[in-house]
Design a protein around this ligand. Structure first.
Ligand code: NAP
Length: 577
């Protein structure tokens, strides 16, 4: 059985995380600083202390529409008035209309000034030090005016991070930009800022492009941080990462060689270990990744462009050698090529995307990636759970592990991104960010009964979970999927699921249709207590886990019902994206 090494290391990871936080403060600064400097060009020197909005809780946090809310506190999407879709908003931002009331001027906003703009008709908010006028966006916001007004006149960075951390607000709200906050530095950070901001452009402070000196922090007694080493031969450079924990079979490495920059991220449960260099010499654009799962070792092999001895591997870039929670790591994008599109149902396609030659991505089970594309000049980003090519591939596919990603995408005719994706020709490029996600395999530890409640494309995270559970978690005695769809033609991978049922004694699927044809002999309706009562058995000496994924309303109902049946929080996992 695979262990994601984690349970026993969890506390140490937290400890590592805390000891990392001071170092992180400096590196977060440098990212925010570089974003803002790119955004504002030669603006007057900005202070960083109040921009350090490190998300304080798990993403999506409580209250997020991505997360199931407690009963009666759900975040409902409002019905937008006609002419107020995302596409309409994009059109408005391109129309040249003055959306800030400042006729294109950018100003410096004091806290007192920000507070004054707190009405629907005059609603300013600050996100990561930048101030936006949200009044024009009010009627376009899917969460509604009331939710947006929570941000009126204040720094709403934390609110924003709770709900929409992955949304590209810089692009969405660029025409609403009022200016930047004029902030007072805190003495502690000012001291550090003075130390690291040594370069000046046009007399203005510029953020450092390379990693600032790490603040000294005592190492925890037991050092569970991964570490790395490198060595070279005449023609190769080899980097070895010791994760200090077993690596699940799906792997954990995300490698991106772009130009001469090599970024290596190890996704280890809730933690992320990052190595990031500007290499000292050129290499060919193919990276070979070998994983020794049981010993927790990942070896990268790069081929030198010129056979010469390297005196050093390269120069450290931002966040190099940091070990932090995945949720605190920024998204990294790479351009992928659309290799194929296969129909799964009448409205759902399986996309196969090929990573660039210098990239390898081993997406952990249950995690999602982000597709980003420009719709009329505005970046639109959506999460999609990675799946395998089939429910249970007969053997390892011929493609090199980690070089392709499969995504199952339902095309919504009135959607913004999916019709665009559906119309992309083979060979087109798509920007893929991530992976991200909250599932760690330790939730499966000792589980004997795995239950999955999935609706529509909410099946996608279950697909790899089923395979993993069947192949590697022998302790699981029973795994049951209750799969909710509208009509029979909407059922994803129906024949593969049915085939698996006949082959695997441990696996069972029950289909439930909300709009069945008269000929349907199976279950009908929406999720209810009666259905679950029989489905979620709890035999003696069992350890159960219930996984839920689907539309927000479905998920909310499912979670309430599962809780009513006395399943604890530890026995429940909700997939969110
Ligand atoms: P869908 O076809 O609209 O609905 C599937 C089934 O769920 C239908 O039977 C539907 O019944 C039922 N349902 C919908 N809302 C319900 C509610 N409030 N209460 C009870 N049953 C309800 O689903 P879809 O279009 O494929 O959407 C799938 C959703 O899953 C998307 O929202 C997607 O974002 C989400 N998803 C999340 C993740 C993740 O978080 N990792 C991954 C994949 C997908 P009715 O016909 O009665 O509506």
């Amino acid at each position: 059985m695979v262990e994601e090494d984690g349970m026993d290391l969890e506390e140490e990871e937290e400890e590592d995380y805390r000891s990392e936080s001071r170092r992180k403060a400096s590196t977060v600064f440098s990212v925010i600083a570089s974003v803002l400097s790119g955004f504002l060009g030669n603006w007057a020197c900005f202070k960083v202390s109040e921009m350090l909005n490190v998300p304080s809780q798990a993403f999506p946090a409580a209250g997020s529409q991505q997360r199931v809310a407690p009963a009666g506190q759900s975040r409902n999407k409002v019905v937008l008035k006609p002419g107020h879709s995302l596409l309409d908003w994009i059109r408005l931002t391109k129309s040249g209309q003055d959306l800030t009331g400042l006729r294109g001027r950018l100003i410096e906003v004091t806290e007192d000034e920000l507070k004054k703009h707190n009405t629907k008709k005059d609603c300013w908010t600050c996100i990561r030090g930048m101030v936006y006028n949200l009044s024009a966006y009010m009627d376009f916001h899917p969460g509604g005016e009331e939710e947006l007004m929570r941000a009126a006149g204040i720094d709403s960075t934390d609110l924003f991070d709770e709900v929409h951390r992955w949304v590209n607000y810089e692009s969405m709200l660029k025409e609403c930009l009022v200016g930047r906050m004029a902030v007072k530095p805190s003495p502690a950070l000012q001291a550090h800022t003075e130390k690291t901001e040594s370069t000046h452009l046009n007399g203005l402070s510029a953020p450092p492009s390379l990693r600032p000196e790490p603040l000294s922090a005592p190492l925890p007694a037991k050092d569970h941080r991964p570490r790395y080493d490198w060595f070279q031969t005449d023609g190769t450079v080899n980097i070895v990462v010791y994760t200090k924990r077993k690596i699940p079979s799906a792997g954990c490495a995300v490698v991106d060689l772009q130009d001469d920059n090599l970024r290596v991220e190890m996704l280890l449960g809730r933690m992320s270990y990052l190595l990031y260099w500007r290499l000292s010499s050129r290499v060919q654009d193919h990276v070979d990744v070998q994983t020794a799962h049981s010993v927790g070792k990942v070896q990268l092999c790069l081929r030198k462009s010129v056979k010469e001895k390297w005196t050093q591997l390269g120069q450290s870039l931002e966040h190099h050698d940091t070990f932090i929670q995945c949720k605190d790591r920024g998204l990294f994008y790479r351009e992928c090529v659309l290799l194929s599109k296969t129909d799964v149902t009448h409205n759902t396609q399986l996309l196969r995307l090929q990573l660039p030659p210098g990239s390898r991505m081993q997406v952990p089970v249950g995690r999602h990636v982000y597709l980003k594309t420009s719709v009329q000049g505005t970046d639109v980003v959506k999460p999609y759970t990675a799946v395998d090519q089939m429910l249970i591939p007969p053997s390892q596919s011929s493609a090199e592990v980690g070089s392709d990603i499969h995504l199952m995408i339902k095309v919504y005719p009135d959607g913004v991104l999916t019709p665009h994706i559906a119309n992309l020709p083979i060979g087109a490029s798509l920007s893929v960010g991530g992976p991200e996600g909250s599932l760690t395999l330790r939730v499966l530890r000792d589980v004997t009964h795995l239950y999955m409640l999935a609706a529509g494309t909410g099946f996608t995270p279950m697909a790899r979970l089923i395979r993993l559970a069947l192949q590697e978690f022998t302790v699981i005695r029973k795994m049951k999927l209750m799969f909710f769809n509208r009509q029979e033609r909407d059922i994803l991978w129906q024949s593969q699921l049915d085939e698996l049922c006949t082959k695997e004694e441990r696996f069972e699927v029950q289909h439930v249709l909300s709009e069945p044809a008269d000929s349907w002999t199976g279950r009908r309706g929406r999720i209810d207590a009666c259905m679950l009562q029989n489905f979620l058995e709890r035999p003696e000496n069992s350890k159960c886990l219930v996984c839920v994924c689907g539309p927000a309303g479905f998920t909310e109902s499912a979670v309430q019902l599962v809780r009513q049946l006395d399943f604890s929080e530890e026995e429940l996992h909700v997939f969110q994206a």
